[in-house]
Design a binder for this molecule. Sequence first.
Ligand code: HEC
Length: 165
Amino acid sequence: MINVIFEGRCYGYFYRCIYLFKMSKITRKYFFVIAMLLVLFSIYNYFIYSAESYTPSSALTSQAIEGQELWQENNCWSCHQLYGLGGYLGPDLTNVYSNIDKGPLFIKAFLNSGVSSMPKFNFSEGEKDAIIEYLRIVDETGYYPNFDASIERSGWVKIKYKDAK
Ligand code: HEC
């Protein structure tokens, strides 16, 4: 097959074949284009993978992990979003903790009594605190919606993090 493309000639006895390539003009052109694409692809990858990336440092405390489990077991996802992902019946809760008009007591009030479109969950005090702790740490990791985003030349999207200077 290869000798069809490259018009190569097959020499040799012990190895299957040793080809002497003699490319036609058109093959040389394709070869050049493919080689250029490979070079550009490598350069692009070099910049993508060597670009400095940012990893937020917030880790969940054990209380927050309990809160996250409650969040999942009780399907808060089905009505609420974090970072814009989730159900859309209720509001996004990414920054509800640090919102000056809302905050931990506001969250607790919703967990205590629910509202017409949100069920009352009958959580214990410890469970409510765990959910609040979870939302506190989620809040620390960033803003949603995040309007302070820019696309860098490397292709990465840079967004503003809360703990970044
Ligand atoms: C069946 C849908 C539904 C589920 C499930 C649900 N919620 Fe809600 N939640 C709502 C709706 C709708 C609102 C908005 C109510 C309003 O403002 O009148 C709301 C409001 C809230 C608010 C106040 C948000 C704000 O910014 O005003 C908090 C906090 C909250 N929910 C937490 C939770 C948590 C935690 C869970 C899971 C344990 C949960 N919700 C489960 C529907 C739901």
